[in-house]
Every structure is written in structure tokens, then in C-alpha cells.
Design a protein around this ligand. Structure first.
Ligand code: ZN
Length: 66
């Protein structure tokens, strides 16, 4: 039972379940490909928080109330 201590994590890129083990250099990703895709997404700004527009509206509303 070598899997006894292995944790299962979800690959942030493809949602595949991956064993979190020292032998997986790409964790929490399932593969180097998914790791690079995620890094690319960050660089492209795709990880911008959804609902950013709402936040902006709240901020300007506060400013208006002055
Ligand atoms: Zn993946």
C-alpha cells in the first residue's frame, strides 16, 4: 500500500484528479502541460477576479456619495 499517504488534488487546469506525491513534480497539476497552461493564463490576465465590474461600481458609488 504505497498509496496510503497520497493525497488526491484536483488539477487547476483540467480538473483531473491527481495524486499529490513527491514523485509528481507538476503538483498540483496533472502534467507539465497543465502547469504551463496555468502559468500562461496568469500572464494573460485570465485570472482576474470575476465580478471586477461590480467592485468598480461600488467604489464609484461611494465616491459619488460624497
Ligand atoms: Zn491537468
Amino acid at each position: 500500500m504505497t498509496d496510503n499517504t497520497a493525497r488526491i488534488v484536483t488539477c487547476p487546469t483540467c480538473q483531473k484528479r491527481v495524486k499529490w506525491t513527491p514523485s509528481n513534480p507538476f503538483r498540483p497539476f496533472c502534467s507539465d502541460r497543465c502547469r504551463l497552461i496555468d502559468l500562461g493564463a496568469w500572464a494573460d490576465g485570465q485570472h482576474a477576479v470575476p465580478g471586477d465590474g461590480d467592485d468598480d461600481e461600488l467604489m464609484s458609488g461611494e465616491m459619488d456619495g460624497d
